[in-house]
Ligand binder design. Structure first.
Ligand code: NCD
Length: 301
């Protein structure tokens, strides 16, 4: 993030060293149980969330508060976008109140990029359309590294709606920079054409994609981004691509199962696996606070 204006717009522009620096700092914070510091005392963070969110918004808010920043939450339903104000105008008005950082979630790919050149505050992308979700990929990589001790050489199988998933895209960038092998499995209609060019091996069936995997990352069907029938029915999807106790057995015996949340139980992931011994889903959430503290501290602290 050694750039003239230090924003976090995606993983794609980051170097391997920058990613590792964030993960190292997040590990150190995690080891202290995200102890409160005054790294952002007197500074303000605005969470501008124009799409629903439970985990990410709360996580950024807790992270900023642990750093002693003042936090203001703006959500779509309570913002003047409902009265026809453009995102740019909203952002410029918020920026006039001199926040140190604006954390933006938006349904349109590229929205954080646009804000970046228009505001003085640091811009952090908390998910833009199907484009990127950098802090999610960072917390996913950090969780993998905590379990395996490294990322280089890991086999990571991403299953599900890769096409509409900003989480998958950001992870693909991060994991290939960090030297992991990435496999994607799902119905062809949900795998973006040309994904091999991003470094992924493509599988049409779950079982072969699982063989020898160190990490199984399960994705939700992003129905809010679909118009039309990408899958015949949720039941069919679940039958062929749902992760369950039976098919997960093909992965390594100590493989971990991840999910960015929210889970649609019984669709992409069975409850016994979501709540089972391999699942690190709640650990991802816990580590997410550390990652967001690290990012806020490094950009705006
Ligand atoms: C993801 C998102 O919003 O992109 N969730 C998250 O931030 N933890 C994934 C999803 O919505 O399925």
């Amino acid at each position: 993030m050694n750039r003239p204006k230090q924003d976090l717009l995606g993983i794609e522009p980051l170097t391997k060293a920058e990613i590792i620096a964030i993960l190292d700092r997040a590990d150190a914070l995690y080891a202290t149980d995200n102890a409160k510091s005054d790294a952002m005392a007197g500074k303000t963070v605005i969470n501008l969330f124009m799409e629903p969110s439970t985990r990410t918004r709360t996580s950024f808010e807790i992270a900023a508060k642990r750093l002693s920043a003042d936090v203001v939450n703006v959500s779509e339903s309570f913002s003047s976008s409902k009265k026809g104000e453009t995102l740019l105008d909203t952002a410029k008005n918020l920026d006039a109140m001199k926040p140190s950082a604006i954390v933006l979630r938006h349904a349109s790919a590229g929205a954080p990029q646009m804000l970046s050149s228009a505001v003085r505050a640091r811009v952090i992308n908390a998910g833009d359309g199907s484009h990127e979700h950098p802090t999610q990929a960072l917390l996913d990589c950090g969780t993998m590294r905590r379990h395996a001790g490294k990322i280089e050489g890991l086999v990571v199988t991403i299953v599900g709606d890769v096409m509409h998933s900003r989480v998958a895209r950001s992870n693909l960038f991060a994991l290939s920079k960090l030297g992991a092998t990435v496999r994607v499995a799902g119905p062809r209609s949900l795998l973006p054409p040309g994904i091999e060019a991003l470094g992924a091996e493509v599988f049409d069936r779950v079982e072969p994609a699982m063989e020898g995997a160190d990490v199984v990352m399960v994705l939700r069907l992003q129905q809010e981004r679909m118009n039309g029938g990408y899958v015949p029915s949720l039941r069919d999807y679940s039958r062929f691509f749902g992760i369950n106790a039976r098919n997960v057995r093909a992965a390594k015996h100590d493989a971990i199962v991840m999910h960015p949340g929210p889970i649609n139980r019984g669709v992409e992931l069975s409850s016994d696996v979501a709540d089972g011994a391999r699942s690190v889903i709640l650990e991802q959430v816990a580590y997410g606070v550390s990652v967001r503290m690290a990012v806020l501290e490094m950009l705006a602290g």
